[in-house]
Write a protein that binds this ligand. Structure first.
Ligand code: FAD
Length: 439
């Protein structure tokens, strides 16, 4: 039996790994794979040129497989900005466009708060000002888990995700080590009381995790699950050098690399736990999609091609029905449950630490890894925004809690949410391949 054949409950959840294997490999994965190949989901808007805000840049990576093919403006075959339809009965769409046009009138994303306010003071009526203020309060009431790329930056570009798959790039050594260390050691939480942990890596020692409250463990498991997923993909689509040392090499599954990273004997017993964290992260994002079902069912998935949009909407509906009917969802109401000053403080640290991780993604020294790192962190941040907005933020959450009626997601957030979940789904599916190879 391969060590990657996990069993039993996912830690901090009541759902079993076997249940998720079956749900994912038989139902979710095939549907998502075909949805993510559609135009709406394959073009992702991103700024890969942002400066690293924490240390001087590791200079651009010269590795060939780190290169990202950017779409030229006339190459993106979709329209992304629908004009508000005054005749529409769809309140969800109306809210969205009212909000977006208000944001535009405020002066755009590259203005400072003060300039926006003074522009408002001189040109806009009191009634409009009150409306802007209420939108601002609304925006500020949503927890912003990610620092989003400035919508008005000239450096924003579209990337075709299918032409730039997440796979082995050769990015290794000091640069990724610094990123992962900074994420785990500076942005994951530590127990208040010192625990007698043993050898490295301390963040994974069982005593270290058990000494922390649920919220802090959840934070760690989410990041570790993402890390596992990234590393599974590089093993699953690995570039083997050409046998004679010349030529382009061949892509394939690398069982040895997978074993080096996840076999308990080669990882001081940490491998299976890292794999289980992948299932944990999957469950959290699955639950976010389920909570967002009423919102997503109203989404137009606009590309400018009416037939394509209608077909995609049907496909998403079929996928969401499976997500919604899953009986064993992660229960986010167990988090931030106690109504106390300390809990409020913890909630704000949770958001702040996650935001920092989203900024660290601008320090990744390989463009392909940065693209997928930014997308997956934004997708996870969007999942957290869904889980902790609306009813649950008001403190009366239940697994059936719904989102506030004025809740909004941008196209980029939706694309990131689906693609990030697609990555986790593809990792769980890849475990099946490694199990077969190890037999
Ligand atoms: P790393 O994966 O760098 O791990 C560092 C240390 O973290 C390990 O020694 C271990 O102690 C601990 N650790 C490892 N896994 C976990 C886990 N799941 N949970 C908790 N702790 C863990 N490379 C590619 O080829 N393609 C990519 O698309 C790609 N994307 C990346 C995206 C980001 C954001 C980053 C930071 C790196 C990316 N990399 C990618 C690099 C890749 O993740 C590894 O860093 C690299 O292969 C070197 O691996 P390593 O063996 O040194 O261990």
């Amino acid at each position: 039996r391969c060590f990657c054949k996990l069993s039993g409950e996912v830690d901090d959840c009541s759902c079993k790994v076997e249940t998720l294997d079956s749900l994912n490999n038989n139902q979710i994965y095939p549907r998502l794979k075909s949805l993510l190949a559609r135009n709406y989901f394959r073009y992702f808007k991103v700024n890969l040129k942002k400066q690293c805000p924490f240390w001087s840049d590791d200079s651009r990576c010269a590795l060939k497989d780190c290169h990202v093919d950017i779409c030229q403006k006339d190459e993106v075959p979709i329209k992304t900005e629908k004009q508000p339809d005054n005749e529409s009965n769809n309140q969800h769409e109306k809210n969205k466009y009212t909000m977006e046009s208000n944001k535009g009138e405020q002066g755009g994303g590259d203005c400072t708060e003060e300039r926006q306010l003074s522009a408002l003071d001189t040109t806009i009526s009191d009634e409009k000002k009150a409306e802007f203020q209420s939108w601002r309060e609304h925006d500020e009431s949503l927890p912003m888990f990610c620092e989003v790329d400035d919508e008005h930056s000239n450096d924003l570009e579209y990337v075709d995700l299918l032409l730039n798959p997440e796979r082995y790039t050769g990015y290794k050594g000091l640069s990724p080590r610094r990123i992962w260390r900074s994420i785990y050691e500076e942005n994951c939480f530590k127990p208040e009381k010192s625990v007698g942990y043993g050898p490295e890596p301390i963040t994974e020692a069982a005593a270290f995790l058990e000494a922390m409250c649920l919220e802090k463990r959840v934070f760690y498991r989410l990041i570790s699950g993402l890390h596992t997923s990234i590393n599974i993909h590089l093993c699953d689509q690995y570039l083997f050098p050409a046998k004679n040392g010349f030529g382009p090499g061949t892509w394939g599954h690398n069982l040895k690399e997978f074993q080096r990273r996840f076999d308990p004997e080669k990882t001081d017993d940490h491998g299976p736990q890292r794999l289980k964290n992948l299932y944990f992260t999957y469950l959290v994002e699955l639950r976010a999609l389920s909570k967002a079902v009423p919102y997503l069912e109203e989404e137009v998935f606009y590309t400018g091609d009416a037939q394509e949009d209608a077909d995609l909407k049907e496909g998403v509906k079929d996928f969401l029905a499976i997500v919604k009917n899953f009986p064993d969802h992660f229960d986010e109401s167990q988090l931030f449950k106690v109504n106390s000053q300390e809990m409020l403080q913890l909630k704000s640290e949770f958001v702040h630490h996650f935001r920092n991780i989203s900024r660290i993604m601008d320090c990744v020294g390989c463009d392909k890894c940065k693209l997928w790192g930014k997308l997956q962190v934004l997708g996870m941040g969007t999942a957290l925004k869904v889980l902790f907005s609306g009813d649950s933020m008001a403190g009366d959450s239940t697994v059936n809690a719904s989102l506030k009626s004025d809740f909004q997601l941008t196209r980029t957030e939706i694309v990131a949410l689906f693609n990030a979940f697609g990555r986790l789904s593809s990792s769980i599916h890849a475990l099946e391949t490694f199990r077969a190879l190890a037999r």
